[in-house]
Design a protein around this ligand. Structure first.
Ligand SMILES: [Zn+2]
Ligand SMILES: [Zn+2]
Length: 148
């Protein structure tokens, strides 16, 4: 995952602007997120940060807190659970997600503006949307039977 120059600074600024208190564990989790080159599950992030299994709740709370200051985007998986991606503050984008290996490809395109407009017309406020596209990546497709 290529990150633009000044990414870390913008992340730190977003954290400082927010109501979030940084603890030792949160710093460790942020370090692990920065070290990951793809969106990860909470359990994989906990492993990467070297935290014990009992800290999974802490991991989820930290991810929620980071989400609250706009630096985490949640990528729901098709069946259950989700992946978490460290993003530019308040960046909005979507993904193609492989349902086998959970490889993700970023999609810098949003087609939901009109849908949100519809929701607004229906009187909804604080509108948000989740939209990901699922399939099998090249590596996860069964080998062709013809053998060519
Ligand atoms: Zn795959
Ligand atoms: Zn969108």
């Amino acid at each position: 995952m290529k990150r633009a120059k000044g990414f870390l600074q913008r992340i730190i600024q977003a954290i400082k602007r927010g109501p979030l208190r940084m603890t030792r564990k949160r710093e460790r989790l942020l370090g692990a997120l920065l070290a990951m080159d793809r969106p990860v599950s909470a359990a994989a992030l906990r492993d990467k940060a070297g935290l014990p299994e009992s800290d999974l709740v802490t991991v989820y709370r930290t991810l929620e807190a980071f989400e609250g200051v706009g630096i985490i985007q949640r990528i729901p998986l098709e069946e259950s659970g989700c992946l978490f991606e460290l993003t530019e503050p308040d960046d909005h984008h979507h993904h193609f997600v492989c349902r086998e290996c959970h490889r993700t490809e970023r999609l810098d395109l949003c087609l939901a503006i009109e849908l949100e407009e519809q929701a607004r017309k229906l009187g909804f406020t604080q509108i948000n949307h989740l939209m990901e596209v699922y399939g099998l990546c090249e590596d996860c497709q069964p080998a062709a039977a013809s053998g060519d």
